[in-house]
Unconditional design. Sequence first.
Lengths: 281, 249
Amino acid sequence: MSTSAVPTDAAAQPARPARRALLPQNPRARNLTLNALPVLGLVAVWWFVTAFVLVQPRLYPTPLAVAGELVRILSGDGPLGSTYVHAAATFSRLLVAWSGAFVIGTVLGVIGGRNRWFFDFCANPVWIAMAVPSVVWVYIFLVLFGIDNLVPITALLVLLTAPVFLGTAEGVRAVSPDMIEMCDSYKIGPIRRLFHFYLPSIAPYLVANARVSFALGIRIVIIAEVIGLPNGVGLLVGYWSDSLYMAPLVAWGIILMLVGVAVDHLVFVPLQRRIRQETVG
Amino acid sequence: MTASMRLKEYSAQLASLVLIILGWEIAAQTMNTNALPPASTVFATLGGLVADGDAFGPLFSTLLRTVLGFALGFLLGTAYGIFAATFKTFDELTKWLIQIAIFTPTLILIFLFLVAIGRTNFTVIILIALVVMPMIGTYIRDALKDFDPDLEGMAVSYKVPLHQRVTGMYLPFLIPPMLAAGRIGFTLSWKVAFLAEIFGFPNGLGWQVRQTYQIYNVAGLLAWLCLFIITLIAIEQLMRFVERRVVTW
């Protein structure tokens, strides 16, 4: 993923302006057109296919039908009560699990980065946690806890902690040994060491972790909700899928996708840029 | 790495697994409910499945779909990564499409595809490829950004022939990120195949898990899950072994 190459972008920057200068247009506008054109083209193809080739609006919804459903969802109108209540339930679960996973994963990751044995010890469980799909964790926790709000949260927590752990451990290992030696020789205590040395030097990794795990979380939170929960976006999605009505399904997909992209670009990208500037300058 | 270090690594890795299974066994024995059968029962069920040969049908049908979907996604993703790293315009053209593909919830894609295209092997393969391709594509693209342009310039000025440039320069640079991306991508494919089966594909491992859950056969459920995890671990170890071999060479 693009976030794995955190601090190295600086070298790639200078090459750009020379190329852009060749083009007469405003480069920003040009790039935006380039970005948007294929998406518009895709929508056009979608419209054409659903309007003329596969005319079956229930299974193959037209862009207009989906837009209508988007408006309905945004106005709060849904088959099982207000859509905002479901969305709030989903996002509160996501936030709780994501922040919990971030804290636990970071703490364990710092230990794992310092202590090779601990890292090896965690390697298999972490790997299992990541490899087992969220729905399976939901099945396991459903069996253990019964139907409860705890089920999707724990499932997400398990899945999201693992990548945070790996990312943090990698970051801690990249801290230069000279600095640790310096801390040792100046007899700097563990708490000051954590806040003044470790955290600043692994900050880019932390932001990257937060970003990756959030992107993962928003995609899997609804999977965890489809089975055995009384509310959430997952329930609605399952409902529409069972009644073979695809327009609202696509609409929800678009909403979740847009929220994911928006959070990524409005929160994590600026944050990453700022941290990069601070560590460089 | 020396032998004693490797021994230490393996023992630490094993210790955690042993601890998990022990904890599970003890918890199950003390709680003594239907909800959590002891590890020994689950492994006995798993042994039964393997001995009867019941395990192999679902396992191989899932595995086949995974491998085909992954191969397709990997090919497309690598091609995309190379193109996007070489042609700036192509990168800009596909930027939003890739963003959309990355952030679209997998579950919604699964529901949509299973209904709109039908419940065939082909659907699942396309689904896997679609989910894996952007992940591998962006990984390869970003890895290629670190490629040293001086090396390229040198090769051009010395008029190194193309095939030699490919085998001597591009391939050695590309293989480690390709292997790493492949490993992550395969795990992802395996999960997507499984999810598609749980949500409505009428055979394979996921289907078995769903079936056992619906009749509340917890030992069976956990046995199928163990089979799923063990297969994944085996494949992962195999890929790591290959990676180590190829990278040292």
